[in-house]
Design a protein around this ligand. Structure first.
Ligand SMILES: [Zn+2]
Length: 421
């Protein structure tokens, strides 16, 4: 028998049974869901609702018919049958959470309802900002200005998990960094992730969001399987800061570089003769205009900002214009084409699902019986704008030149393992 939803896809059915998430299908025999499966089902249900509401805008990615399918959170396959559920409290030991933002909060919330015991060392130097609230599952309007680690400690106060707050950057003091044994990684930048791996934790679980898609990966056999740094190892030169800003603002690199090196505000035209001679960046023909018009005027014209809106940037440096105008979103709507991927804000259910999958990955990793059922591929991806069915497990290769292929790192990791076995 099959589930009968509206043929135009405007009815969504989601359920959870055991470790399975089931969409648009008749639920199987009644089996109690593990809490992470129920949470994942809720997030995937929201993703389908989003695809219905925004179907016209999303084009081919909008939802227009039922899309039956299932996901098993252990095997990453369509259905794992009835795999064992934890019988009692799950002891996770001492686990570090690197990053208490949208993914980190969803992960902590999922662990809290999963009956785990142990210590979660929450590491994040930032406080909550107003723009965070739309996708942070543990915050309220009153949370703005509070340290992100404090939000976690308060939210988890009544569960079996003790939270230790470390309100500094990863590795900034000896409560994080190379002393960490098991790390849940919910950080924003490739550089921060590589820094976690360089501390050689025994077990790493990692989750991320990127436009439309989310993923998580596990890293346990350093030097044998791809490590966390393999996923983010630079395989081509990274753009310089002036290149990044120039691309995002749609401005010439030399003009941006001149503002960076002189510190001149963006609303002031560049004085005659101030533009430096840079061997690799010849001045374009329009450079003569830069002493008559300000960079702000050109960017604001391209973004369609009126005089009042551009007044906000008077006296600002080019770094401030980039941080608040592009990363903060004030200019994003009209200059999106040039925005680097790292500054595109994910949708709420996307971050939540990434966090839930991160928690599920830890729960499976600490149970040898369940860990043995995982797929060989160490990476899982889910596109929140596609619906089911999807292929989740993704094979990965070691990245040539990565630190996991460095003999010194391998020796230290080997020694570390034997010390702790
Ligand atoms: Zn590696």
């Amino acid at each position: 028998m099959s589930w009968a939803g509206a043929s135009d896809g405007t009815t969504v059915s989601v359920s959870a049974e055991g470790w399975n998430v089931v969409v648009d299908s008749e639920p199987g025999p009644l089996v109690q869901a593990v809490p992470v499966a129920a949470l994942a089902a809720a997030a995937i249900g929201m993703a389908e609702l989003f695809r219905i509401v925004f179907a016209d805008i999303l084009g081919a990615r909008g939802r227009r018919k039922p899309q039956p399918g299932a996901i098993n959170l252990i095997t990453s396959g369509e259905s794992g049958g009835h795999l064992p559920s934890p019988a009692g409290p799950i002891a996770i030991g001492r686990v570090h959470l690197a990053g208490a933002g949208a993914i980190g909060q969803a992960c902590a919330a999922a662990l809290a309802v999963s009956g785990v015991t142990g210590t979660l060392v929450a590491v994040d130097p930032e406080a909550v900002e107003l723009s965070n609230l739309q996708r942070y599952v543990l915050t309220t309007d009153q949370s703005v200005g509070e340290p992100k680690t404090a939000i976690l400690r308060k939210a988890l106060v009544r569960c079996g998990l003790d939270v230790e707050e470390v309100a500094t950057a990863w590795g900034a003091d000896d409560r994080s960094g190379p002393t960490a044994d098991v790390v849940l990684v919910a950080l924003d930048t490739p550089g921060d992730r590589i820094a976690v791996q360089a501390g050689l934790p025994r077990l790493v679980s990692n989750a991320w969001t990127q436009p439309a898609d989310l993923g998580c990966s596990r890293h346990e056999r350093f030097g044998v399987d791809p490590c966390l740094a393999c996923l983010y190892w630079p395989t081509r030169p990274r753009p310089n800061r002036h290149e990044l800003i120039a691309a995002a603002l749609g401005e010439h690199e030399l003009r941006v570089l001149t503002h960076i090196v002189t510190g001149l505000p963006v609303d002031v035209p560049l004085p005659e003769g101030i533009i430096p001679t840079v061997r690799d960046i010849p001045a374009p023909s329009e450079a003569s205009q830069w002493s008559h018009r300000s960079l702000l005027d050109d960017v604001a014209d391209a973004a369609g900002l009126d005089a009042a809106a551009r007044g906000r940037w008077h006296g600002c440096t080019i770094d401030q214009l980039y941080r608040e105008g592009i990363c903060g979103g004030a200019l994003v709507t009209t200059t999106l084409r040039g925005v680097p991927q790292e500054v595109v804000v994910p949708v709420a259910h996307q971050s939540a699902l990434a966090g839930v999958l991160l928690a599920a990955q830890l729960l499976v990793a600490v149970d040898p019986q369940l860990a043995a059922l995982r797929p060989e591929a160490t990476e899982v991806r889910y596109d929140v704008l596609q619906g089911l069915p999807q292929v989740l497990a993704r094979p990965r290769k070691i990245t040539k030149g990565c630190l996991c292929q460095d003999r010194d790192f391998q020796i230290v990791f080997g020694a570390y393992e034997s010390d702790n076995s």
